[in-house]
Write a new protein. Structure first.
Length: 273
């Protein structure tokens, strides 16, 4: 009974702490929105430069009536997800191959580190020559940012596998499939999760940057069009939608990490774009 009481008290403290943090975040967000709405009156500034939430909302309603809002949002998300999926599949395969075969590791490890440091965005004009200015261009930019992140993250996870565990499993007659599913995958799972969290953001960045280069729809195009026409409401609307995507993704990834038992303070790497 005493232990149950201690656990209940700890759970209550944890709930109260999370509630306090959530309330603080909501209050801060509300205060910033109010400041943004009324800063022209408070500081005597022209709302042309930073717009207002009410004007941004009016722009969203206008685009919704024209059918452009959800189409642009959906297009950017599709480019992001396709580039993310392709980059994750190829990156994980590359990381497992390099980390699992000594000869491949000795040959490709320097090139993998160079690819991580190389500014992949510089390849975007070449992607435009290869893939044109359509959907594949944005997917290619997103893919280029994701594939190296996932390859390096998977490879780093492979380096943490204890050889004695693999040797012991082989000694008792475990097959390669059993070794992979029972030893390799659990060992690299935190690294895959950490790489995937980074890759989600990088894929979105790649899709938006691809739309900056050449597009007729999408959130990146909305920002570029707003800049060309000095339409700050359109720019802030696109930025707000991108912010909402990032917040939702981070929330879902944090939830998935708790469900999978992966700590937020798990393995991380410094990635370069």
């Amino acid at each position: 009974m005493a232990s149950l009481g201690i656990r209940d008290a700890a759970a209550e403290r944890h709930f109260n702490a999370r509630t306090t943090v959530a309330a603080g975040r909501l209050l801060l967000g509300g205060a910033l929105l109010l400041l943004w709405q009324f800063y022209p009156e408070l500081f005597g500034l022209n709302p042309f430069w930073l717009s207002r939430p009410s004007l941004v909302f009016a722009k969203a309603v206008e685009l919704q009536r024209e059918g452009e809002l959800w189409y642009s949002l959906g297009l950017t998300m599709a480019e992001t997800l396709v580039g993310l999926a392709a980059g994750c599949i190829c990156g994980i395969a590359i990381g497992i191959a390099i980390g699992g075969v000594r000869a491949l590791r000795d040959i490709f490890e320097p090139f993998l580190l160079i690819a991580n440091a190389f500014p992949k965005i510089a390849m975007a004009p070449l992607f435009m020559v290869w893939f044109g200015i359509g959907f594949l261009l944005k997917v290619a930019v997103a893919f280029s940012l994701v594939v190296v992140v996932m390859a390096l993250s998977t490879y780093s996870g492979m380096r943490t596998i204890r050889p004695e565990l693999v040797n012991s499993a082989r000694t008792v007659g475990a097959s390669e499939t059993q070794i992979f599913t029972k030893i390799v995958m659990p060992s690299i799972a935190p690294w895959l999760f950490a790489g995937f969290r980074v890759s989600l953001t990088f894929a979105l960045i790649g899709a938006v940057l691809g739309e900056f280069i050449a597009a007729q729809s999408g959130l990146g195009y909305m920002i570029d069009d707003g800049m060309a026409n000095f339409d700050s409401e359109l720019i802030f609307l696109a930025l707000f939608l991108l912010l909402m995507i990032v917040l939702i993704v981070n929330f879902l990834m944090a939830w998935a990490g708790r469900r999978l038992g992966i700590d937020d303070d798990g393995p991380t790497l410094a990635y370069n774009s």
